[in-house]
Ligand binder design. Structure first.
Ligand SMILES: [Zn+2]
Length: 324
């Protein structure tokens, strides 16, 4: 299982969302040719990384939001690790905000991927540079979280390699005041096209190994971004008054054909349930409970209302997690 935590990607600019957001440009040219499920209606827990990342990996989520409780409780990653899932967090950003404390983790590093890193920052390609090797050695139930730099602003132009400069002219400044709205949007959408490429590469690598590794990928962004609407830029508005651009985020999933069987379920069930869920309003709250469902963990923390695998029972003994 690979979870990609996106950064600052907003639903309104996600190419796969064109049916809902007609203004979205073609920012997902690679994913649209793959068998991914796109969830066009997903609401973030918060408008910044500090709130959203702990929240999306918490059993409380937004519907029972309590910042101190979320910070003091185990994350779903800890629960999964306790029932035997090998969890690994790889960071290309500002850390896991307590979500992966004490669990195996690493950060992208210029020593490992010199071609993808400059001035203390790595492009997101560094997150998957060794994916083939990791898949070749994968055994048992594993969850790999990849935390992107994604569309982190204001220097959107630093988030993609030059060959991804598709929309032009793109803002080349770290100071948004020096660029027009059009130039800012161009740089932002170019960065989305690089995320499209990273996700598509990940899916293609999982697909290539699907005869030996049953796998799934979920991508969801942590929050959105304002690109000049109502005179606002960047993100972090208090949630109660935040514009939709900062709260509506892209989310996709890809499932290998063998996933249901590996879980002891009926073939095609999760694919069907995810496709049905794509018609509904979802939120970050669905991530934790769906992960518990995908790994078939029986715990009182698992809430059927937010578990997209709920309608897909398993026949093999479930993983049991005691406590919270
Ligand atoms: Zn963020």
């Amino acid at each position: 299982m690979i979870v990609v935590v996106g950064e600052t990607a907003r639903a309104a600019n996600w190419g796969l969302n064109q049916s809902l957001y007609s203004q979205a440009r073609d920012t997902t040219p690679e994913l649209k040719n793959l068998q991914v499920i796109n969830f066009p209606r997903v609401e973030a827990c918060g408008t910044n990384t500090e709130v959203s990342v702990p929240c999306m990996f918490s059993q409380l989520g937004h519907h029972r939001y309590n910042e101190s409780a979320i910070r003091s409780q185990e994350s779903v990653l800890h629960v999964l690790a306790r029932v035997g899932v090998r969890v690994h967090w790889r960071d290309n950003q500002s850390g896991c905000k307590g979500v992966c404390t004490g669990l195996p983790q690493d950060t992208t590093d210029a020593k490992m991927t010199p071609d993808l890193c400059a001035a203390g920052r790595c492009l997101d390609g560094a997150l998957i540079s060794d994916l083939d090797v990791r898949l070749a050695h994968a055994q048992g139930a594993q969850l790999w979280v990849l935390h992107q730099i994604g569309n982190h602003g204001p220097a959107y132009h630093r988030r993609y390699p030059p060959e991804f400069t598709h929309f032009q002219p793109a803002c080349q400044s770290d100071d948004l005041h020096r660029c027009t709205l059009n130039e800012i949007a161009n740089a932002y959408d170019n960065a989305l096209r690089y995320t499209d490429h990273i996700l598509a590469e990940t899916v293609r690598k999982l697909q290539a190994k699907s005869d030996s590794v049953d796998s799934a990928l979920i991508y969801v962004s942590d929050h959105g971004e304002s690109l000049g609407e109502k005179g606002l830029f960047l993100h972090g508005m208090p949630r109660a008054i935040a514009p939709s651009e900062q709260l509506e985020v892209p989310m996709i999933a890809w499932l290998s054909a063998g996933l249901d069987a590996a879980r002891g379920g009926i073939s095609g069930c999760i694919q069907r349930e995810f496709a049905l869920a794509a018609q509904k309003n979802l939120s970050h709250d669905h991530l934790t409970h769906t992960l518990l469902g995908l790994f078939d963990v029986q715990t009182q923390a698992r809430d059927a209302n937010f578990d997209l695998t709920q309608a897909c029972p398993t026949t093999q003994p479930s993983r049991q997690a005691s406590g919270s």
